[in-house]
Design a protein around this ligand. Structure first.
Ligand code: LMR
Length: 445
């Protein structure tokens, strides 16, 4: 369905920061003053700008940014790292965003300035996001992170129970988006009307000893009925599926959308961002690298051996011993299970999953907003291999997947090539299971 593109090697390198060091005055930063007026940019210049955007209290040093505290990031992205390759600094965008950030600062001294800024520079919030399963373990922190996005004007929170309280709580945060609650099937349609992105973390989590596939029987039905409602109410939205087993729930969603006659393969995504987030973290720790510099593409699927980190394609270029490759690969593949076991029956990853999912939402919104330089790994319909769905790095655009990055699969190490072949039968079985399930079911009209 999508165009395959091969990026030239030099596209795979980050652009250096601009050589000139802009000056900046103190009122830019409410609360914590990071450097004196008139001084040239310190090393954490862009980090500070990102933090300013999300500053929560005038007197607090609390700061927030998703993805990384990378020292460069156009548009004050929540996740500059998602643009890990081909990042281009855009001073115009940064300035625009900086001004928008200033317009909801809280420092009394900055207030006057802010009033002026508000007139001229409205926050860019204009997109609607729905979370289906918003009162759950992933849904709640995910809602909080999305509430902090400057791109979001409305956050629609849906669950079968307990969502009113979550929404009331969240609505007190003074960020631009409105929060609205929707409880139960009768309100699902209203929740979905007019939204740009739907995120689905609904379903049950694993307990120790279970695989993601053990969740199939319950979660398959949940995803099926939620996606039916998406098809009926917001067929043009980007759909982000988190509910496990992702390797099967995404094909289920595709079949449901096909039956409803509204399937757009470019807009259906299995969220595998957490695999990238974990790979980046573990590699940075192992090789003693600055976490913000590290980016590892992760391909395949989202379960066990179907998760394949391409360590040979780690940025920055880094060499691993065979033992390190084996150890890191297995750790990344089992990271979900590591959390399930540590939680000892209380569920699976919620906070890191919310963090990763928020990054993917922000990347999607940036792409919808016209940023032409957004790349993420995700599980999508694909022609990259003989499998109908496959996780790989894709370029996101206004209409969804713009291109699948085929170069990631070229020049694999022998270890990766073998692992790729080994994962295919398991991934195929999970995909087939999802398709067979969906085709056995009647679709609700
Ligand atoms: C994860 O990767 O943490 C999630 O898919 C949840 C799980 O069951 O492992």
């Amino acid at each position: 369905m999508s165009v395959l593109i091969t990026l030239p090697a030099d596209h795979l390198h980050r652009q250096p920061r601009p050589a000139s060091k802009p000056t900046i005055s103190s009122h830019t930063f409410s609360g914590r003053q990071s450097f004196a007026p008139g001084n040239t940019r310190p090393d954490n210049y862009y980090t500070e700008i990102v933090h300013t955007r999300y500053k929560m209290e005038a007197t607090s040093a609390a700061t927030f940014s998703i993805g990384s505290t990378t020292s460069f990031g156009p548009k004050l992205s929540l996740n500059p790292q998602s643009k890990a390759w081909g990042v281009r600094f855009n001073p115009k965008n940064s300035l625009k965003s900086l001004k928008a950030a200033m317009s909801f600062g809280f420092h009394p001294k900055a207030q006057k300035q802010n009033q002026i800024s508000r007139k001229n520079f409205q926050p860019q919030a204009s997109y609607k996001v729905a979370i289906l399963g918003a009162a759950g373990g992933i849904g709640q922190p995910l809602a909080l992170l999305i509430k902090m996005s400057p791109l979001v004007s409305a956050l629609h929170l849906y669950d079968i129970a307990n969502v009113k309280g979550v929404t009331a709580d969240l609505s007190h945060c003074n960020t631009p988006s409105q929060t609205l609650d929707f409880t139960g099937a009768s309100e699902l349609g209203s929740c979905l009307k007019g939204v740009d992105v739907v995120v689905i973390p609904a379903g049950v989590p694993r307990k120790p000893g279970m695989t993601r596939d053990d969740l199939f029987n319950i979660n398959a039905n949940i995803v099926k009925s939620l996606v039916e409602a998406v098809a009926d109410n917001c067929p043009d939205a980007f759909i982000h599926i988190i509910s496990n087993p992702v390797n099967s729930t995404v094909p289920i969603a595709a079949e449901v959308l096909k039956k409803k006659g509204v399937y757009d393969p470019k807009k259906l995504f299995g969220v595998t961002t957490l695999d990238v987030v974990r790979a980046n973290t573990f590699v940075a720790q192992k090789k003693n690298l600055r976490i913000i510099d590290v980016d590892v593409p992760v391909i395949g699927g989202h379960a066990g051996i179907t998760i394949l980190p391409l360590l040979s394609k780690t940025k920055p270029l880094v060499s691993f011993t065979d033992e390190e490759i084996q150890e890191l690969t297995v750790r990344i593949q089992n990271a979900g299970t590591e959390v399930v076991e540590a939680k000892a029956g209380a569920g699976s990853a919620t906070l890191s999953m919310a963090y990763a999912a928020a990054r993917f939402v922000e990347s999607s919104l940036r792409a919808i907003d016209g940023d032409s330089d957004v790349y993420e790994c995700c599980f999508v319909e694909s022609e990259l291999t003989e499998l109908p769905f496959f996780a790989s790095r894709v370029k996101l655009g206004k209409k969804g997947v713009e291109a699948v990055i085929s170069s990631d699969l070229q020049g694999l190490s022998e270890y990766e090539q073998k692992a790729l072949e080994a994962l295919k039968p398991e991934l195929k079985a999970s995909i087939d299971k999802g398709i067979a399930f969906a085709n056995k079911q009647a679709v609700a009209t």
